[in-house]
Every structure is written in structure tokens, then in C-alpha cells.
Design a protein around this ligand. Structure first.
Ligand SMILES: [Zn+2]
Length: 497
């Protein structure tokens, strides 16, 4: 049930004709233009909590024109006189709870909506935004995250991407379920997260509508669309999970074979990761390989990572597949409470690569730890940046990825394998579908191991200098782990985003 006023206030309105809000304890106030993220103060918004997005758009590759309607179901978390959304395209109308609302653009990416009537704390909100625009012509945060490709487009990016195609409360602390449907010219593919509640349906005028649904809470930046000419493969995992993969038809044969030899192993890799991290948290899996020269990185979009073709330029690479799918547990199911905690995503996904190497007899995690530790000069950014507070410039830097993984291995050495893997599985069990901080992780590690780990975490996560390792060896005395070429190739690209 969803309504604007409580029954009591409605009665008061009818009986006396007095404006309902005159009976409120406090005057309704505007919601905030940010959730309070230390690194990105104007990302997301305050004053409401989204439960579901229904995104219904049409996209025409030839013109890069996106038109559509997004319906947001939310709940007010204060008495609200005004609501901020994050959005860049041109808005033609906004309705809040079935009444026309006024709206204006403000700042870098804010859409400020004033409902006809204030919304009471705890009240349900239905916000309907109609819009159109050419996403590649819009700039937010100083750049354009939308990627126009020769035969379509990719809405794939972190932390920014939603602003270019749907209005939202754009911060991982407000996750929601999603229905995404995209109408594209007949013969073009439109792929998104989750499962297909219906097969593609022909519309009039030569357009076909593709529908997708995410059944579990999903962060706004992990919601993607890939439009273009794709070849699709479908399967199910041994555990019964639907697998949906897509390969750009513009991949040359050598790229295509290497990409398939990697991404077609997604089911195997997800099944293995389930044995290490606990049950897979979502309803589907798969992967999308972008047209060459378009996407410059990979992103762990929920249920279906997107990969740059460049990962497969020197042959197959299952390490990037292990990395992006480990994010389904660490980053997607468990989301950062604030962006400063990003090592909880990237350190864990990088360590999953080391575990994959160990499983494949291509170098143990200990061998990779020794090699990485010895590889970086003492004055490198990995040592001068604290993973627990990297700053926006190093949000995707070596400290977050490699030192994050080194930290997890240092923890494993300190507490032993049994406690270490118990910590990983308990972390997922306690935090999945929710948000988390570094402090919550270190507290859980201490609780499960029964050890005081302050010194370890201080040295590895909070101190901007190189931690001392008792038995460290010089790199020249270390053999390069067999997996290292593939891992480091993957990281050259991962670090670009
Ligand atoms: Zn990653």
C-alpha cells in the first residue's frame, strides 16, 4: 500500500480544510544533495530510501538518442518538501505520488524535484520521470562515462554511470531491485543484469523490447546496459544457475576465441568460488565482452560482468573472470558503505585471483605475496597510500588492489587457514545484500580468530608506509609465479578505472 498522507491527516484535511502539514510536528525540509560520502559529498541524496527502479527506455544507436520513463518506488526518511535525484539527461516531466511536480537542474548532476505536497516521514513515494537526451553529449564529474560504440552503447562505469541513463539515488548505500527494459531497433541486442522475465518482444515501427530483472538488492553503478550486435550463448551451471554470455560481433577471430576460452568458464569459476566464499548470492551469472577499442576496463556488474576485449589480446585470461566474479560476493552482494572502503571490493577480488592461481597450480598465494611484496620500490604509491583511506586519486590504485590482497594474505598467515576462510564466509553471510566498512571487517576478523589484530591492520591498512615482513626475500631471488603474466596483464587494465 502506498499513500501520501496518513489516515488521520487525511481525515483532518477533510474535516477542517486545513493544510495537512500544519498538523506535523516539524516543518518538512528539503532532502540533501548527498548521502554524506566523505570522498563524494554530492553523490546520492538524503531524505529517502529507494526500494525499486523500473527503467523503461528506447535507444537508437544511429543517433545515440535515449528516451524513456523511470519509475522509482521509495520511502521518505524525513518529512520531505523537496527531493534530489542524480541525473544528466533532459527531463520533460516529473510526477510524485500521482501529481505533477516541479523540477530543476542544479550543480553538477542534481535533478531537484518539488512535489505538489510535502511527503511525511515514512511515507511511500512513487516518482515518475520522463526524459530524453543524447547521453554521449552530457558531462558530469568532468567527463562522459557513457560509451558510444560503433554499433550501440555501453552504460558501464564506476563510480559514475547512472546519471547518463536513469535518474537515481546514486550511491551504493541505497541499493534496490531493478526492472530494466530497453527498446532497440530490430536485430540489435540489449543486455542488462539478472534474468529475462519475458523474451524480447517486437514493438511497432521496427523496434524490439528487451526486458531484464534483478531480484536482489543492486547498487546503481552495478546496473548496466550493453546495446549492439552481440552473439549470445546460454547455459546453466551445475547448480542450476542461468548463464547468459554475450560477445560483440566485431571481435576478430583471435580475440573471440580467447574471450570465449575465458568467459565460457564463468560457470566453473563461480562454482569454485562458491566453495570458497559460500553460496553464490544472485539469481544468474554470465559475462559480456565489449567491441574492441570501446570499453577500457572490466566491471563487476551484478550477475554479469563486462569485459574489455583487450583482456584477451594475448590469449585467454581466466584471472580477470575470477576477479570480476569474486566481486559478486565482495562489492556486489556486500557493498561499500562509503567509497573510501573500496579495498573491501578490490583487495578481495584481487586475492581471489591468487587463490585461483593456487588452485590451478600456477603459483601459491604465498609465492605471489612474496613476489608482489618484493616488486614495488619502497617509494611506490602502494606503500605511500593507506588502503583504508586511499583518497579519490588512488581509489583504483595499487594500494587498493595489490596491497589489499597482501593484507588479506598477511591476515591468513596470522590466523591460519581455518580461521581465515571462516572469516571470509562469515563476512559474506553477515553482510550480503547490505553495506560494510573496513572497521566492521577487522572487528569480525578479531572476533572469529580471538586474536588482537590491531598491529597487523594498522601496518597493512592504515599506515602510509611499507609494512615489515619478517622473511621477505629480494625479488631477484624469487621465481615469477606462472600465473603472474596473466594477473599483471589483467591489472594493467583494471587499474585504469
Ligand atoms: Zn575489481
Amino acid at each position: 500500500m502506498r499513500r501520501l498522507l496518513t489516515a488521520a491527516l487525511t481525515a483532518a484535511l477533510i474535516l477542517t480544510g486545513t493544510p495537512a502539514m500544519a498538523h506535523s510536528k516539524a516543518a518538512p525540509a528539503p532532502g540533501g544533495a548527498g548521502v554524506g560520502d566523505e570522498y563524494y559529498p554530492d553523490y546520492g541524496n538524503s531524505g529517502y530510501d529507494v526500494t525499486h527502479y523500473d527503467i523503461r527506455v528506447r535507444y537508437t544507436p544511429a543517433t545515440d538518442l535515449l528516451t524513456g520513463t523511470t519509475t522509482i518506488l521509495a520511502k521518505a526518511t524525513q518529512d520531505l518538501s523537496r527531493i534530489n535525484l542524480d541525473f544528466l539527461l533532459d527531463v520533460s516531466s516529473v510526477r510524485v505520488n500521482n501529481r505533477p511536480a516541479t523540477f530543476a537542474k542544479e550543480g553538477d548532476h542534481e535533478l531537484v524535484v518539488t512535489p505538489a505536497r510535502p511527503v511525511a516521514d515514512g511515507g511511500a513515494l512513487t516518482i515518475v520521470v520522463q526524459y530524453a537526451g543524447v547521453p554521449s553529449s552530457k558531462v558530469g564529474a568532468g567527463y562522459t562515462a557513457w560509451i558510444k560504440t560503433p554499433d550501440g552503447a555501453l552504460a558501464v562505469g564506476e563510480p559514475e554511470i547512472a546519471w547518463w541513463w536513469y535518474p537515481s539515488n546514486d550511491h551504493p548505500s541505497d541499493k534496490a531491485t531493478f526492472d530494466v527494459s530497453v527498446s532497440v531497433p530490430d536485430g540489435v541486442e540489449a543486455i542488462s543484469n539478472g534474468v529475462q522475465p519475458r523474451p524480447p518482444v517486437r514493438e511497432t515501427l521496427g523496434y524490439t523490447r528487451w526486458s531484464w530483472r534483478s531480484l536482489k538488492p543492486q547498487a546503481t553503478y552495478l546496473t548496466f546496459i550493453a546495446v549492439g550486435q552481440y552473439d549470445i550463448t546460454q547455459d546453466t551451471t551445475e547448480g542450476g544457475l542461468p548463464v547468459y554470455n554475450a560477445y560483440s560481433q566485431s571481435l576478430s577471430e583471435d580475440f573471440r576465441f580467447a574471450a570465449e576460452a575465458s568467459v565460457e568458464r564463468t560457470a566453473e569459476i563461480v562454482d569454485w568460488e562458491s566453495t570458497v566464499f559460500g553460496p553464490y548470492p544472485f539469481e544468474a551469472t554470465g559475462g559480456i565482452v565489449a567491441p574492441p577499442g570501446t570499453l577500457g576496463f572490466a566491471l563487476e556488474n551484478q550477475t554479469r560482468p563486462n569485459y574489455s576485449a583487450a583482456f584477451f589480446r594475448r590469449g585467454s585470461n581466466t584471472y580477470v573472470v575470477a576477479h570480476e566474479n569474486a566481486h559478486q560476493w565482495f562489492g556486489d552482494a556486500i557493498s561499500v558503505a562509503e567509497w573510501k572502503h573500496i579495498w573491501l571490493n578490490e583487495g578481495f577480488a584481487s586475492y581471489a585471483e591468487w587463490l585461483w592461481s593456487e588452485k590451478n597450480n600456477e603459483g601459491t598465494a604465498q609465492e605471489i605475496f612474496d613476489y608482489v611484496y618484493a616488486s614495488y620500490p619502497d617509494d611506490a604509491a602502494i606503500w605511500t597510500t593507506a588502503p583504508a583511506d586511499p583518497g579519490t586519486d588512488e581509489l583504483f590504485g595499487d594500494a587498493v588492489y595489490d596491497r589489499g590482497a597482501l593484507t588479506l594474505h598477511a591476515l591468513r598467515l596470522a590466523v591460519g587457514d581455518d580461521d581465515f576462510f571462516e572469516i571470509l564466509r562469515s563476512w559474506v553471510a553477515e553482510k550480503r545484500y547490505r553495506n560494510a566498512t573496513t572497521e566492521e571487517f577487522t572487528a569480525l576478523a578479531e572476533k572469529i580468530s580471538g586474536e588482537d589484530l590491531d598491529a597487523l591492520f594498522d601496518a597493512w591498512l592504515y599506515t602510509p608506509s611499507k609494512p615489515v615482513v619478517a622473511s621477505s626475500l629480494a625479488r631477484r631471488s624469487l621465481a615469477e609465479p606462472k600465473s603472474w603474466a596473466a594477473i599483471s596483464e589483467a591489472h594493467e587494465l583494471l587499474h585504469q578505472n
